[in-house]
Design a protein around this ligand. Structure first.
Ligand code: NAD
Length: 408
């Protein structure tokens, strides 16, 4: 069934420059909007019926600054339509795939996730199309997709062109970041490059295998950097020293340390899982990646254990400020705030949670209520709303969002 659109009408076949499969997601939707904003006619295919309906009505299924206005413009100009019908995959020369690629509960990647997801659309693919893989994939998936299409007797080109935007900055970074194009021949590279020149002139060419690793290295590098600063934080904090004072002093006018980030709860849908994808790809011989995981994922427990030294948590109500995985976002996926809540649920008397963005989440309370009823607060997400917050209760603030230091 086609949701809210005449998109499957054969008469409209020539009307699309690109189809984006997974196009209602955090990456696919900004990309679709950006392409439409630059004049492309874009059809979205997504299995999420509610999101498809929302997008066709001009709504965003999640917060992404700067997206609503060009979405409205693209819809009004007839350059963007979303559909749950996989048949739209046959309606354009370029098909972009940007579905989610999570790891499972045992930290295993699923190299077959993308070939499997393409199953529904495969009957509608046709010779001469270019399939652009944009999800972050387990290395070798591009080759697997090429093989799957060849086994179906399809002459479809395949390129791997990773997305590198950060959520919340998509509508500027899509136009400013260089685009890596991983292709097996110059002809395919040029086809993919021509498509992305709608967004940027800066194209960087690699083979698919190089590009697959380039994307995983990008995210793992960030994850390891955050782990380094989080470990430094724990070392300093365990000595009773305020890490942020030390960090701020050492980065001051010292370019070689300028990229030492603040400590904080490193989470979200990408960095951890991509580090684990890389570890799995290297036969789990990735000590640095696994160590980074232990440090970053261990921070909530460290903070609670530190608090237990100073407070009788079992008799206290603890309030968690911020449930999204990063500041200014409503995205709670893989947020360490939930790990913190789970730990506190059996180590404190009561746990209350609040977030100004993740307002659809069940069980969250207004900030005022959490501030009033808590004996102790943990500032888990440095949302701008919390900056300068005046509270007369102890606060564990690893991020230094309140500017009162990070000692816990
Ligand atoms: N979120 C980020 O900041 C970010 C940045 C760069 C790269 N990535 C990568 O991009 C990919 C997508 O991530 P995301 O955050 O946008 O995920 P998401 O879950 O927000 O979006 C995925 C979309 O795909 C849809 N979908 C799932 N299976 C489908 C199918 N079989 N057919 C059609 N639609 C389907 C879902 O309904 C959803 O709307 C992942 O590989 C991720 O690692 C994410």
């Amino acid at each position: 069934m086609v949701a809210g659109s005449s998109i499957g009408d054969p008469a409209t076949r020539a009307d699309y420059d690109a189809v984006v499969i997974g196009g209602c997601g955090h990456v696919g939707l900004p990309l679709s909007i950006a392409l439409a904003d630059r004049g492309a006619r874009v059809a979205i295919h997504d299995v999420d019926e509610a999101a498809v309906g929302l997008v066709n009505g001009g709504g965003m299924p999640f917060d992404e600054p700067g997206a609503l206005e060009p979405l409205a413009g693209a819809l009004a100009a007839g350059r963007l339509r979303a559909s749950t019908d996989p048949a739209v995959a046959g309606l354009a020369e370029i098909v972009v795939v940007v579905i989610g690629t999570p790891i499972d509960e045992h930290l295993n990647p699923d190299p077959h996730a993308i070939p499997r997801a393409l199953g529904a659309a495969a009957p509608y693919f046709r010779d001469g199309q270019l399939l652009i893989l944009r999800s972050t994939v387990y290395p070798g998936v591009t080759r697997l997709v090429e093989q799957t299409l060849a086994d179906l007797g399809l002459a479809v080109d395949v390129a791997f062109c990773p997305e590198r935007i950060a959520e919340g900055r998509a509508m500027t970074e899509l136009f400013s970041l260089p685009q890596i194009v991983g292709a097996r021949s110059e002809r395919v590279a040029e086809r993919a490059a021509a498509f992305f020149r709608r967004l940027t002139d800066r194209i960087v060419s690699l083979s698919p295998e190089e590009a697959e690793l380039a994307k995983l290295f990008t995210n793992t590098w960030r994850y390891v950097k955050f782990a380094a600063t989080n470990q430094f934080y724990m070392i300093a904090n365990s000595q009773g020293l305020d890490y942020e004072r030390i960090r701020a002093a050492l980065v001051q006018d010292y370019p070689r340390a300028a990229d030492l980030p603040r400590a904080g709860f490193t989470a979200g849908p990408c960095l951890f899982k991509d580090t684990m994808q890389l570890a799995a790809f290297n036969d789990n011989q990735f000590w640095l990646g696994h160590a980074a995981m232990l440090v970053n994922e261990g921070l909530p427990l460290y903070v609670v254990s530190q608090l237990e030294r100073r407070f009788d948590l079992l008799s206290m109500t603890v309030g968690i400020l911020g449930m999204a995985f990063k500041a200014g976002s409503d995205d709670i996926r893989s947020s360490l705030s939930y790990k913190l809540r789970r730990i506190l649920s059996f180590r404190a008397r009561r746990v209350l949670c609040t977030d100004p963005y993740a307002t659809d989440e069940p069980g969250l309370l207004p900030l005022d209520k959490v501030l009033a009823e808590s004996d102790l607060l943990v500032l888990a997400t440095p949302h701008p709303e919390y900056q300068g917050l005046r509270v007369d209760k102890p606060v564990a603030d690893v991020w230094n969002a309140l500017g009162r230091g990070v000692l816990v």
